[in-house]
Design a protein around this ligand. Structure first.
Ligand SMILES: NC(=O)c1ccc[n+]([C@@H]2O[C@H](COP(=O)([O-])OP(=O)(O)OC[C@H]3O[C@@H](n4cnc5c(N)ncnc54)[C@H](OP(=O)(O)O)[C@@H]3O)[C@@H](O)[C@H]2O)c1
Length: 303
């Protein structure tokens, strides 16, 4: 892989400080959803590898891990605890609330005051934490993404839990720009986690707006999630740079905006290594233009 000037400071994409906080993390983090079993349900196929992925990520300097107690359910948090507890100083574990998984494996909203409060306690217990640095309220939205509608009641519940000291900072997930603004009228928001990648640019305007406010934007499905990114342009760029397509997709996100933080998910140590190395890939302005064409082509194909 051809890389630019890499220092320890830039090895994982450089640092980002959440607005109004003393929390500083590396921009390249890790998303833990892939550590549960197939369908984000039950134990992993390879529990030893799951532990190894987490330990290697932290050993490499990752200090931002995204999780949820509804992954598994409970499984992912329990693996994080097994692999990493007692947690190293500076490790920021971010969880999310707003869903539950009944026995049929479906994803159901869990948004009452009691659901959200119990959710914080479940997450704390399964991770072995006393308090959270950041908790995201994850709105259920529609099948393909966020849906408009007030989230004020749920955000107010999180703000109340924050006043009680169990949460230090609040983020949002699967939300629209209007919902972000509504939440900001109630409490400080430090990050937004939505579906975004090279082929899905729906949030371009929101990312720029949040960047102006210093708020983190954390794309979920940065590699395409359940349908991994596939594009001849992406493959051609990767070949030219002697890199893997997934590395180029991650590097593009880091170049897209300085407030973008990465949490690619993987159950494999080999893929983890590739993903972390992506932060060392420099993309030229011409290559960025070429990659920007992927989303335009995707939109054109759909019409
Ligand atoms: N807020 C939300 O609603 C929400 C929704 C979804 C996810 N998330 C969070 O976002 C994180 C990232 O999303 P995600 O894990 O669903 O999707 P993703 O990061 O876009 O992609 C994960 C998929 O890519 C594969 N993969 C990873 N690295 C690879 C590599 N170097 N080469 C080839 N394949 C690779 C993984 O398989 P292997 O395991 O085989 O590597 C897995 O199938 C999650 O882990 C979770 O923490 C949040």
């Amino acid at each position: 892989m051809k890389t630019g000037n890499v220092t320890n400071e830039t090895k994982l994409g450089g640092r980002f400080t959440f607005p109004g906080t003393s929390l500083t993390i590396q921009r390249m983090g890790y998303g833990a959803m892939q550590l549960a079993g197939p369908g984000v349900w039950g134990p992993p196929r390879n529990p030893d590898e799951a532990v190894a992925v987490l330990r290697e990520a932290v050993a490499a300097g990752v200090n931002h891990i995204d999780t949820a107690d509804f992954y598994g359910p409970h499984v992912t948090n329990q693996i994080i605890r097994k692999a990493l507890h007692p947690y190293p100083t500076g490790l920021v574990i971010v969880t999310k609330l707003g869903a539950r998984r009944p026995a049929d494996g479906s994803w159901q909203p869990a948004v009452s005051s009691q659901d959200l409060t119990e959710g914080v306690h479940d997450n704390l217990r399964n991770l072995g934490l006393d308090t959270f640095d950041i908790v995201n309220y994850r709105a259920m939205g529609a099948i393909h993404g966020p849906a408009e509608g007030s989230i004020a009641r749920e955000v107010a519940v999180l703000a109340d839990i924050k006043r009680k000291g169990l949460i230090r900072h609040i983020g949002l997930s699967n939300v629209t720009a209007a919902q972000v603004a509504e939440a900001q009228a109630l409490t400080d928001i430090v990050c937004v986690q939505n579906n975004y990648n090279l082929a899905n640019r729906h949030d371009d305007a929101l990312i720029d707006d949040l960047a102006g406010q210093g708020i983190a934007y954390v794309p979920f499905f940065p590699l395409g999630g359940f349908t991994p990114l596939q594009s001849s342009t992406l493959s051609a760029v990767a070949d030219r740079l002697e890199a893997k397509p997934m590395q180029v997709a991650l590097a593009w996100l880091l170049h897209r905006s300085p407030n973008i933080l990465l949490i690619p998910g993987t159950s494999s140590v080999a893929h983890l290594r590739e993903n972390l190395a992506a932060a060392q890939l420099t993309l030229s302005p011409e290559t960025l233009v070429e990659l920007d064409g992927i989303a335009a082509a995707t939109v054109a194909e759909k019409h």
